[in-house]
Design a protein around this ligand. Structure first.
Ligand SMILES: [Zn+2]
Length: 99
């Protein structure tokens, strides 16, 4: 989506047919789902989303899994938490940088 960033937090396989009382046969089709938070940069809103994806996208999302990281600021002695993508690092304090 344009103007939004998706932060995947979980990628999992699920059966397409999830109706009650149905036994999963070995050949039941499984599909990949990605769950995560979508940050709308225009509205500045965070919403929980899940998408049906293909196996290639599943791998891609696994590599870019979002993590909550913390950063301790020596200047204001505060710890800021931030939702990051993959190997992204926090190197600035959200307290000192907010005005
Ligand atoms: Zn600070």
């Amino acid at each position: 989506m344009i103007g939004s960033t998706f932060y995947p937090i979980s990628v999992s396989k699920a059966y397409t047919n999830r109706r009650k009382g149905i036994r999963h046969r070995p050949n039941t089709k499984k599909v990949w789902f990605v769950y995560g938070y979508e940050h709308d940069e225009i509205e500045d809103e965070l919403s929980f989303k899940s998408y049906r994806i293909n196996p290639i996208k599943a791998l891609y999302h696994k590599m870019n899994m979002a993590k909550i990281k913390e950063y301790y600021c020596k200047d204001c002695k505060e710890t800021s938490y931030c939702l990051t993508k993959g190997f992204e690092k926090i190197n600035e304090c959200s307290y000192c940088n907010s005005d």
